[in-house]
Design a protein around this ligand. Structure first.
Ligand SMILES: Nc1ncnc2c1ncn2[C@@H]1O[C@H](COP(=O)(O)OP(=O)(O)O)[C@@H](O)[C@H]1O
Ligand SMILES: [Mg+2]
Length: 436
């Protein structure tokens, strides 16, 4: 078997004495599983008595896909089952000469959140196929187990992960630093697409071309901006359009939304809206109540916005700002506001979910516009909008958002821009509010 150029490059990193983490992939059919299978089999023969983990998010999928590729690559190398290697399906192991491959299910099961079942494991190295499907914790636990006979073989602990484009730890830890040229020199990222793999059948690429646009962007062209999580409320095109919707004019009433920095929030963000267009935005680090009051008052006076058209997030210190200004307050976890009485009750978990779902729809409908000259701010807003997701999409329960903690885990910060933007919807709902 002759490796592709990209696979060869990856193998160089897998065998050097500097690199520890290698991420390979970023598209379908780029020879990801084949590379992993090749590296693991080679190691088994090169280091007799070594022990290698092959993992995937779900054990069943591992056996149906990655394992098949291992057999396929073994055959290409002239290796015969039960002669050169022995698969034990019960134990989930493959004995290759004196070495062992351990097949592991790395899904974060609620019954074992800390992966204690990997606790006593000692391995020489690891290959995680489609590692974008496992949590960063699972990855770190596997990494911590790479220690078996490293001294004897004079090896560095190495982890190979393969993946398709997706917005998670692989994106923030590898893809983004790689694009910016800031990836640590113990880490490498190699993008390999179907078009980099001369062994792929032309029908495979034809097939990819029949998929929906989002999947094509990701899997065929390796575009990391297009995450196909079905829970996402705002697609990438709509996010890009949000900054370019010049047809949305400044007209009608003006509003101010204020999201106040407090425990668990990094920034105070103010937006001035004219209808559905953002005509001004400012942000600060932590601000005191009097400071926030001053900032809001100044903005309101300069733009002639009455108090009833100002909304401040009321959780925590924002409550003080709201009381002082005597403007509208926004309580994230309060009950949704219902149009025209309980008959039309929409089933939202709380006010924040309701506003987020509704304004996400407006953004999909290209009804909002925020001209944004600052590339960093635009990036921040984009990243937050990508993480606005419905929770329990498969369940028939109330419409809710994935938790703020989950969002923070993905973003590495609090979604202060989104919290400010979604509050704009409050004024639309408040029009219909039935007062007791
Ligand atoms: N170096 C290679 N030599 C021969 N065939 C290869 C090689 N690399 C990949 N292939 C074949 O190309 C196809 C796609 O590779 P695979 O590893 O399954 O891609 P991915 O896991 O990235 O979707 C498979 O049929 C595989 O056997
Ligand atoms: Mg694969």
């Amino acid at each position: 078997m002759i490796l592709t150029k990209k696979q060869t490059k990856a193998l160089d990193y897998l065998e050097d004495n500097k690199t520890r983490d290698i991420i390979f992939g970023g598209g379908a059919g780029g020879g990801k599983s084949a590379l992993g299978a090749y590296w693991i089999l080679k190691n088994c023969f090169k280091y007799p008595g070594s022990r290698w983990l092959v993992g995937r998010s779900v054990g069943k999928v591992l056996k149906e896909t990655t394992l098949i590729t291992i057999f396929e690559i073994a055959a290409k190398q002239g290796l015969k089952a039960d002669v050169h290697y022995k698969y034990n399906s019960q134990a989930g192991t493959i004995q290759v000469g004196e070495s062992t491959i351990l097949l592991k299910d790395l899904f974060a099961y609620p019954s074992d959140p800390n992966f204690d079942n990997l606790g006593s494991l000692e391995i020489t190295g690891a290959f995680i196929d489609e590692c974008n499907q496992i949590t960063s914790k699972a990855k770190n636990v596997v990494k911590s187990r790479i220690r078996y006979k490293l001294g004897e073989f004079d090896l560095l602990p190495k982890l190979l992960g393969t993946c398709n484009p997706s917005k998670n730890w692989v994106y923030s830890e590898f893809f983004t630093p790689h694009s910016k040229g800031t990836l640590a020199d113990t880490k490498q990222f190699i993008q390999s697409l179907a078009t980099d793999n001369p062994h792929i059948s032309p029908y495979y690429i034809e097939n990819l071309k029949t998929m929906d646009a989002n999947s094509q962007e990701r899997l065929l062209y390796g575009n990391w901006a297009y995450d196909n999580d079905p829970a996402t409320l705002i697609d990438m095109d709509s996010i890009n359009d949000y900054f370019e919707n010049t047809h949305v004019k400044a007209e009608g009433k003006k509003y101010i939304t204020v999201d106040v920095a407090r425990l668990g929030k990094d920034n105070t963000v103010l937006r001035l809206w004219h209808g559905w267009k953002v005509i001004h935005r400012e942000s600060y680090g932590k601000t005191t109540v009097p400071e926030t009051v001053d900032l809001t008052k100044k903005l309101a006076e300069s733009a002639s916005v009455p108090r009833s058209q100002i909304c401040v997030d009321e959780d925590g210190v924002g409550g003080g700002v709201k009381d002082y200004l005597r403007c509208k307050g926004f309580v994230n976890n309060s009950a949704p506001i219902h149009k025209g009485g309980s008959k039309n009750k929409e089933n939202y978990e709380n006010l924040k979910s309701q506003c987020s779902f509704k304004i996400a729809k407006r953004i999909r409908n290209k009804e909002l516009y925020e001209p944004c000259a600052d590339a960093d701010v635009r990036q921040t807003i984009t990243e937050e909008m990508e993480q606005v997701k419905a929770k329990n999409v498969d369940k028939d329960s109330k419409l809710g958002l994935v938790s703020k903690d989950k969002m923070k885990e993905k973003l590495g910060r609090s979604p202060d821009e989104w919290d400010n933007i979604m509050m704009r919807e409050y004024f639309e709902l408040a029009k219909f509010q039935i007062r007791a």
